[in-house]
Ligand binder design. Structure first.
Ligand SMILES: [Zn+2]
Length: 1069
């Protein structure tokens, strides 16, 4: 048979080729290689070290990657349970160490001292140090972290290589080896609780000669073979790539490096055949997603940041085109304080535009659960940090891995100087495929941000052909825009980009058949998307993740700590601001508040507040809540002292001070503990808002039960053990198990509980997700509902009426958990309160409480940040039933015209409303990654509030605030302080959320208000502070519209639905 010149040679022993490829003409080596690579089994896509993988010995050149080898002159180590600085480590006594030895257990750190001597014969060669071990390592040279050598994937041991040495005869390195993997130390699976006894083994430590020409050939071949394999038989380029690879094998004599250039030229010819003008452009941006805590504690994250970013700056020094998008101000702050030398190098690359701060927030927080004010502070603390450190704020919001996105976020971004948003997490939707990758996202107030989901559905690409092809193929908006983001670099546990990723993409920069791949920046991507945006679609409302719905409930103590600390910081800021206004000698505790806010914001990280972290992280988080902030509650700190101005802390008998930190009048039952441990009840009737009112009367001046009998109630026991209570507003009937069998709104005569139904019904569900234990509750759990029916202690009356009536009962829940509840009705209060204690000892169970209500509506309303939204109560479509478990903040409500029922809570976030049943999710019991999650004691309060009219007219929003922000009732020190109101707002639609001192201006107060009803309204803000005023944005920068005039009625403020306004009040004195 005649051979055409240049055609691949025939190999009679060739195995059968892949279908569609002209196998018989190809060399057998190549076909074996194709089979190994193409089958996808030998090379895992996550395995960056594939070129060193023993499975690829078929590549005849691969074993020539490393040449001569040479062991270290000496190897010694010392081990410590602490994470210590370099200076402390090198001062320790190092003992002998051997390759083959193992070190540990988990979370310990082993420091190695490695003395190396480069053989004279290697002069001029590229010399690498290869280190192979489990664990995560950092290399120090001359007291600086120099490089983290290239790491393997989670399944492979770390293989470090690539540190290039010049020709010094000897040198000393230190290796700081953490005895945990990139993803912690899960026992048996990644998300299992950590194995406390894991040990890491050092299996290799040697100098090698690195053959760069072999490496380059291997990268060429990998790209060509991927093209051959993945472009498909209908694509001519697939065949061209395959034939080129075959020719390369033909011309390449592995024993003769002088033949390598000719082989490389063949590859270069293919790679340099460019695309047409219309080809899609992929914007590759280096990235390294580092979870601020997850399967490892916060402290380890500091080292993960250093390890990852050392790699990045090292790469930048050799690849001036490399860009790297880096989020989370907290992580910059950690590296700044713990690795100042590295931080200085980072600052240089930020100035060069290569190391690019993105996100604008303190951490990549959860997108659902933090309050509106917390989200503002994420941006305020983040953007101020970036401005201060790098001279610019971020222009992209960056939450690639967070479990859903509040519909209020677009407005908060816009108010923080951000018009662009990047995530990819909605690609994790279990049910519905999100219809866009590039679109305008519109929030509940109408604010829009340009949003991009990298279409490859990942933030950890490796620069492979398969990934760039997927990015184009998957892109749902490629008819509207011609550009996509491609974030490359190891992520989650840190790692970042590698040289090989860059080398792959260099070959794909403009190669016919592949999309254009250009190293880019987020700004370049969004700028071009903005130019092409005229055809983009708009998505209105929340970006709901149809997965991880268990994270609204898991780790209840973390969630309770979050809600409580949001309240404490709110109250301390209000009271401190007003104290300054009244007494200029008072020092506003600005730095302490910043410190506490940053701790709270850190705990809102997207694996901490959601509860998807290991036990070590939970302990840290609770310590941040109770250790640091608890001190402030005790009154020994400047903040604790703040209320002294108000008379707080006094001991005059009978003098009581009541502080209301909300902006509306409140008339509530208050209690004060007596000296003998008893509790005295009184009625606070505050006629002014945001007030301190000194109640100079003694407690006997409070209405006694006898005096107020006409407005209050008595629990009345009935023969069947049930009890009725009423307070003139609502009347309830409770059976012996605490069920609410009747809930009447007296004025309307309307009953809230359907006939034959019980509200306040606890129910237990089997809760066994498919994989993500702490994260997911699956829809099928709903089929396992078991009402809680085992009574431990029947209902008994605990407070017999007057200003407050209460009853108590206990239930057994599941096999061994118990629940005790006190149901409380206060005089004048429109809701019934359920103070609940649970001893929780379950495994894979989900506890909820249900309120079937006599209301028909196809939508329920849920409070979110600075507003609310509606979700359906039916499961018509897959989009509806995928929201079988949703999140809310302080309340949810089901209303029909003229009547409704709201469910309030003080620390819960998971909820649902299906048909006419409102459910609050109370406790879960996942076992991974924290086997002890939620086991133990819990206390929480929820409340039910039937109402006439709409929830807006009925004041549900204000009542939920009242439940969450109790009046402060404290002993007063003087009798002279007059009642005083600092602020009031004329419209019930407007909530004055925040009063704080301006960040840089002690003479200014920032007041944040929002429209809560979903209405357009003009309101007057009145204040008794001596001020002149202006409007600012969320970053407290004055806005262009200038000063607002102060009129006689106060400040005139215009709101559209859910508008958030921040007003900077400058003191006039
Ligand atoms: Zn993450």
């Amino acid at each position: 048979m005649e051979r055409c010149p240049g055609a691949p040679r025939h190999s009679p022993s060739a195995p059968q080729p892949s279908p569609g490829h002209p196998g018989p003409l190809l060399r057998s080596d190549l076909l074996i290689l194709l089979r190994v690579m193409g089958g996808g089994s030998a090379i895992q896509p996550c395995c960056e070290s594939s070129l060193y993988h023993p499975g690829l010995v078929h590549v005849r050149v691969s074993h020539r990657l490393f040449g001569d080898r040479c062991p270290p002159v000496s190897l010694s180590c010392f081990q410590t349970p602490r994470r210590i600085p370099y200076e402390e480590a090198v001062a320790q006594e190092f003992g002998p160490a051997q390759v083959g030895e193992s070190f540990g257990p988990t979370w310990e750190t082993c420091w190695f001292k490695v003395e190396l001597s480069i053989p004279p014969a290697w002069a001029g060669r590229e010399v690498h140090f290869v280190w192979e071990s489990d664990g995560e390592g950092m290399v120090w040279r001359d007291a600086q972290p120099v490089q983290v050598w290239r790491q393997g994937c989670a399944r492979c041991p770390a293989v470090y290589s690539g540190v290039t040495f010049g020709t010094p005869a000897t040198l000393t390195l230190y290796v700081e080896l953490a005895c945990n993997g990139l993803f912690g130390a899960g026992q048996g699976s990644m998300i299992a609780p950590p194995d406390p006894d894991r040990r890491v083994t050092l299996s290799k430590a040697e100098l090698v000669v690195f053959n760069r020409d072999v490496y380059e050939l291997l990268v060429d071949l990998e790209i060509l073979l991927d093209m051959a394999q993945l472009l498909g038989e209908e694509n001519q380029r697939s065949f061209q790539a395959l034939y080129t690879a075959n020719q390369m094998v033909n011309v390449c004599d592995v024993t003769d490096p002088s033949t390598f250039p000719a082989a490389r030229d063949l590859a270069a010819a293919i790679f340099s055949q460019g695309n047409g003008q219309s080809q899609h452009t992929i914007h590759a941006v280096g990235h390294c997603h580092i979870d601020s805590a997850w399967l490892w504690p916060y402290e380890e994250t500091i080292r993960k940041c250093a390890r990852s970013w050392v790699t990045v700056v090292h790469l930048m020094e050799h690849n001036p085109e490399l860009t790297f998008a880096c989020s989370q101000a907290q992580q910059f702050q950690w590296v700044r304080s713990c690795y100042p030398g590295l931080y200085a190098r980072i600052q240089d690359f930020v100035a060069k535009g290569q190391f690019i701060p993105v996100g604008g927030t303190w951490v990549e927080m959860d997108g659902n659960l933090p309050s509106g004010e917390s989200m503002v502070r994420q941006f305020l603390q983040g953007q101020r940090f970036f401005q201060e450190q790098f001279g610019r704020i971020c222009s992209e919001f960056w939450l690639p891995d967070t479990f859903g996105y509040s519909a209020q976020l677009p407005q908060l971004m816009r108010g923080s100087g951000i018009r662009r948003f990047l995530t990819q997490k909605l690609s994790w939707n279990l049910v519905n495929s999100f219809p866009h990758h590039t679109f305008f996202w519109e929030g509940i107030d109408g604010s829009q941000v340009l949003t991009h989901f990298p279409p490859g559905d990942s933030y950890g690409m490796h620069g492979r052909v398969a990934e760039v092809l997927k990015t184009v193929k998957n892109n749902k908006d490629k008819g509207r825009v011609n550009h996509s983001a491609f974030l490359f670099g190891f992520g989650d546990g840190g790692g970042g980009p590698t040289q090989k990723m860059l080398d792959r993409m260099k070959r794909m920069s403009d190669t016919d058949g592949l999309p254009r791949v250009q190293i880019s920046t987020p700004d370049q991507l969004f700028t071009v998307l903005e130019k092409e945006s005229s055809q983009l679609c708009t998505w209105v409302g929340e970006l709901f993740l149809e997965l991880h719905n268990g994270t609204y409930t898991t780790q209840a103590q973390i969630k309770k700590g979050n809600r409580e600390c949001e309240r404490i910081l709110h109250d301390v800021e209000v009271l401190s601001s007003l104290a300054v206004a009244q007494d200029t000698a008072f020092q506003y505790p600005a730095s302490q508040l910043q410190h506490l806010w940053r701790l709270l914001l850190l705990n809102q990280f997207h694996d901490v507040l959601p509860g998807s972290c290991i036990q070590l992280v939970v302990e840290d988080a609770l310590q941040y809540y109770t250790g640091e902030q608890g001190v402030w509650l005790g009154g020994h700190s400047p903040v604790g002292a703040a209320p002294a101005w108000w008379g707080w802390g006094g001991s005059s008998p009978g003098l009581t001070l009541v502080l209301n930190t909300l902006s509306w009048e409140r008339s509530e039952v208050i209690s004060r503990p007596g000296p003998d441990g008893t509790e005295t009840l009184g009625m606070s009737d505050l006629a002014v808002a945001l007030v301190s009112e000194l109640l100079t009367g003694k407690y006997s001046a409070f209405p006694s039960p006898g005096e107020v009998s006409d407005t209050c109630f008595w629990p009345l026991p009935k023969e069947d053990g049930s009890v009725t209570m009423e307070n003139g507003i609502i009347a309830v009937c409770l059976d012996t198990m605490g069920h609410l069998t009747s809930l009447q709104l007296l004025d309307s005569g309307r009953s809230s509980v359907p006939d034959g139904c019980c509200a306040n019904q606890f129910a237990l569900f089997d809760d066994v997700p498919l994989y993500w234990d702490a994260w997911d509750v699956m829809d099928y759990h709903l089929e396992t509902r078991k009402p809680v029916t085992t009574l431990l202690k029947p209902l008994e009356i605990t407070l017999a009426g007057g200003l407050r009536g209460s009853v108590r009962f206990s239930l057994q829940v599941g096999k061994s958990s118990t629940l005790t509840q006190e149901i409380i009705l206060d005089a004048t209060c429109p809701y019934l309160r359920f103070l609940t204690q649970v001893e929780w000892k379950e495994a894979h169970k989900f506890l909820k409480v249900e309120f079937p209500v006599q209301v028909r509506s196809t939508n329920a309303t849920y409070e979110i940040q600075f507003g609310h939204l509606q979700r359906p109560t039916h499961w018509n479509t897959s989009w509806d039933w995928a929201r079988f478990e949703v999140w809310a903040h302080k309340w949810l409500d089901l209303s029909e015209h003229g009547f409704g029922v709201a469910l309030l809570n003080d620390c819960k976030y998971g909820a649902s409303a299906h048909r006419n049943v409102l459910s609050l999710s109370l406790l879960r019991a996942p076992k991974s990654p924290d086997a002890t999650a939620d086991i133990g004691h819990h206390q929480f309060t929820y409340a039910v509030m039937p109402h006439q009219g709409s929830f807006q007219q009925a004041g549900v929003i204000q009542q939920a605030y009242n439940l969450n922000f109790p009046l402060h009732v404290v002993p007063a020190s003087c009798a002279q302080c007059p009642a005083w109101s600092a602020f009031s707002v004329s419209s019930p639609a407007i909530v004055l959320e925040t009063v704080k001192q301006a960040e840089d201006r002690p003479e200014a107060v920032v007041v944040r208000l929002y429209e809560a009803h979903g209405s357009t309204v003009t309101a007057w803000l009145q204040t008794s502070l001596p001020i002149k005023e202006a409007i600012c944005d969320l970053l407290e920068r004055p806005l262009a519209q200038g000063r607002l005039p102060l009129e006689q009625r106060g400040l005139r403020l215009s709101f559209t639905p859910f508008r958030v306004l921040s007003v900077l009040l400058l003191r006039s004195c």
